[in-house]
Design a protein around this ligand. Structure first.
Ligand SMILES: Nc1ncnc2c1ncn2[C@@H]1O[C@H](COP(=O)(O)OP(=O)(O)OP(=O)(O)O)[C@@H](O)[C@H]1O
Ligand SMILES: [Mg+2]
Length: 173
């Protein structure tokens, strides 16, 4: 259940560098925590509200984690005061990954990236997910070479016939 808690954090480096998101904004809160938020409700989101979309992403992310799929740890959803925005914004708090670009890796790590990508997509598909927006190893994945580990991100549009958002929260379109 989403609680309306006023939480003010010091956003120390915003937004996170990397490929700019199409719809969402992602900010680094600390070196370990990132937040994802939508500043508009109408941009390709499958649910009619910002909280609904974030709850869906949180629910899927948690389910994937419980089933051993490599995604950032999901911490929860809270409202946050963001610099320069005059209203509280719903944010999904998650583990912040420190990724590298594919082209900056050596051949062995590139191969590892592709291998992990194929493995994680298969795991998610076997769990019943219709995996959307991740049609190449470099799309909506983050790779931390220090582990080395690939993380799938951005599953707001994923679907799974076995998983629904609670009826008292948000209806699908
Ligand atoms: N946990 C994270 N750690 C570090 N960077 C992240 C994390 N999550 C997202 N990012 C960065 O933010 C970018 C945008 O995130 P994401 O792909 O989830 O949103 P989007 O594509 O804008 O939104 P939408 O969910 O509407 O498709 C990513 O490409 C990546 O650079
Ligand atoms: Mg994305």
């Amino acid at each position: 259940m989403v609680k309306e808690v006023k939480l003010v954090v010091n956003i120390n480096d915003m937004p996170i560098r990397g490929l700019p998101g199409t719809y969402a904004r992602v900010y680094g809160v600390t070196s370990d925590i990132a937040v994802k938020c939508y500043l508009r409700e109408d941009l390709g989101c499958p649910y009619p509200s910002v909280e609904g979309n974030l709850m869906w992403e949180y629910k899927i992310g948690t389910h994937l984690l419980e089933n051993g799929v490599q995604v950032p740890e999901m911490y929860g959803i809270r409202q946050l005061e963001l610099p320069g925005i005059d209203k509280m914004v719903w944010c999904l708090f998650m583990q912040r990954i420190d990724p590298v670009r594919f082209r900056n890796l050596n051949h062995d790590l590139q191969s590892d990236w592709i291998r992990q990508y194929e493995e994680q997509i298969k795991l998610a598909t076997d769990l019943g997910y219709d995996v959307i927006d991740t049609n190449s190893p470099a799309k909506n994945t983050l790779f931390d070479p220090s582990v080395p580990r690939l993380y799938l991100i951005d599953f707001v549009r994923w679907r799974n016939p076995n998983i629904t958002l609670d009826a008292d929260n948000h209806q699908n379109h």
